[in-house]
Design a binder for this molecule. Structure first.
Ligand code: ADP
Length: 265
């Protein structure tokens, strides 16, 4: 059986997706070490080990993401915006807007019905619109796992306002709320609102129309509090794929399939 592999070497995690002609066979998601080449290879090895079917033949490998050129065993490296669009439209054919929040950047893309990117905007300059910001506050300030922030914030009935735009000032604002004895759920819910607003405002300033369906992807889309904050601010539901962290790796695998067919023509 011919298989096609997409590897997304992100800033924080690496993901590998293996597909055949019809379906996703398996995938892996790992946290990166400081060595992106090692991380990408490890994600690839884990995904391959998951299947190990007899007679399996790797036909083509496409890498993407921030560290897409760190690994050297791919047939081709593709830009992540194209891979995100390709993977997302496959999972959600009605998608016209993608909001992706990863470890070190956030991106908003407008796509057409074929998954071609019409417009995109990316923020990789400011930490306030990224997963790393939530990771740091969870660990250093709230002393909980980042995976727990969503559940905590759902208990809030009265989210606090976090007005500072900059992470350093927002952190002082949060610490001041904690020292005033404000409930943690109201602070975390306020934090989610502030982060979601920042990402949406970034898109609006780049004239993104937020046409529906809106798909929220990236590791931060696993935070239910962030999903709710996005829905409140956008005034309607957003779609989160079952595994929102692998959309770019899936797109890379789909491109790998196309490239392999072109090569064999
Ligand atoms: P990148 O592609 O830039 O490496 P990802 O899309 O993998 O980033 O997102 C990584 C971020 O996702 C982490 O920094 C973390 O904040 C967040 N994240 C990952 N898993 C979860 C989870 N289960 N719950 C909440 N947040 C999560």
């Amino acid at each position: 059986m011919e298989i096609y592999i997409g590897i997304d070497v992100g800033s924080t995690t690496s993901k590998a997706v293996i597909i055949n002609e019809e379906e996703i066979l398996t995938y892996s998601i790992i946290r990166n070490s400081y060595d992106l080449a090692e991380s990408g290879k490890r994600a690839f090895d884990i995904a391959l080990r998951n299947i190990e079917l007899p007679g399996m033949k790797i036909s083509y490998i496409v890498s993407t993401g921030y560290g897409r050129r760190a690994i050297k065993f791919q047939n081709k490296a593709e830009p992540e915006i194209i891979c995100h669009a390709k993977g997302t439209i496959k999972l959600v054919p009605t998608c016209r807007t993608i909001i992706d929040i990863g470890g070190q950047d956030s991106k908003i893309m407008e796509i057409d019905e074929k998954g071609y990117v019409k417009k995109f905007h990316m923020n990789d300059k400011c930490a306030a619109g990224t997963g790393r910001y939530l990771d740091k506050l969870a660990k250093d300030v709230f002393q909980v796992e980042v995976e727990d922030l969503g559940r905590i914030s759902l208990k809030s009935e009265d989210p606090l306002v976090i007005s500072a735009q900059c992470t350093v000032f927002a952190e002082s604002e949060i610490i001041s709320y904690l020292s005033q004895g404000k409930p943690i759920e109201d602070i975390v819910a306020g934090l989610h609102n502030a982060l979601a607003r920042r990402v949406i405002d970034m898109g609006r300033s780049a004239f993104i129309k937020f046409e529906r369906d809106i798909v929220f992807s990236g590791g931060v889309a696993k935070n239910i509090g962030m999903v709710k904050a996005m829905e409140r601010l956008l005034g309607g539901s957003v779609v989160v794929p079952r595994e929102p962290q692998i959309t770019a790796a899936l797109g890379a695998a789909l491109i790998a399939k196309e490239k392999s067919k072109d090569r064999d023509k």
